[in-house]
Write a protein that binds this ligand. Structure first.
Ligand SMILES: [Zn+2]
Length: 202
């Protein structure tokens, strides 16, 4: 009986180790495929509008509800807001996010869970994080509703990419927008999105 338990525990540990290794391998593989694809597009001169357009939301009037660097308290851990939150002043309309710049789409899975925003505890489902890359900029879009572009596809500035939503750790429809500037070798450094958007604080 004791031996059976030990064997069962060892088997479980091995399965977990293997699953973690597989995840790491697939991430590594994905990033290699992605970088190769990106390099090909750069080589072919596909990215013509590389700098993010300051006004890229359609279907309302927009303002910034939370700025870059605002103190954040998620799960009682004080953090730094690494993007800006933009909301529709006219309410929960069908707000379309268009691509601020040419780029390749990457869609990441964000696990569901529990988070606390101020006094509120939110239980949220898994969601998708949309990212757009070129060799000059990378931009990130969180809490979106339906995503209108496929993983790995090439999008052009102005093309609809998603709707604004309230998925993930969020208490109302808004877009969380992050900007990273590239250094030409697929390394990106975070920037304050304020200097790239025409939206003002609400
Ligand atoms: Zn945010």
């Amino acid at each position: 009986m004791f031996i059976a338990k030990v064997v069962a525990i060892v088997v479980i540990i091995l399965v977990i180790v293997e699953a973690v290794k597989t995840m790491a391998d697939s991430n590594e593989l994905f990033s290699q495929i992605y970088q190769q694809k990106l390099a090909e597009q750069v080589h072919q001169g596909e990215f013509k509008n590389k700098i993010p357009k300051p006004n890229f939301l359609r279907g309302g009037e927009f303002c910034i509800t939370s700025s870059y660097g605002d103190a954040r308290s998620y799960n009682d851990i004080l953090g730094f807001h690494n993007g800006i939150d933009i909301a529709n002043k006219l309410g929960d309309l069908d707000t379309i996010i268009t691509a601020p710049h040419d780029g390749i789409v990457t869609i990441r899975i964000v696990n569901g869970g529990e988070c606390r925003v101020g006094e509120r505890t939110i239980y949220y489902n898994g969601s998708l994080a949309l990212e757009l890359y070129n060799d000059t900029f990378k931009t990130v879009y969180l809490h979106t509703g339906s995503i209108k572009v496929a993983n790995g596809s090439l999008v052009k500035q102005g093309q609809p990419i998603a709707k604004i939503g309230s998925n993930g750790c969020s208490i109302g429809n808004h877009l969380h927008y992050e900007i990273y500037k590239g250094s030409g070798d697929f390394n990106y450094r975070i920037e304050n999105p304020d200097q790239y958007v025409s939206y003002k604080r609400c």
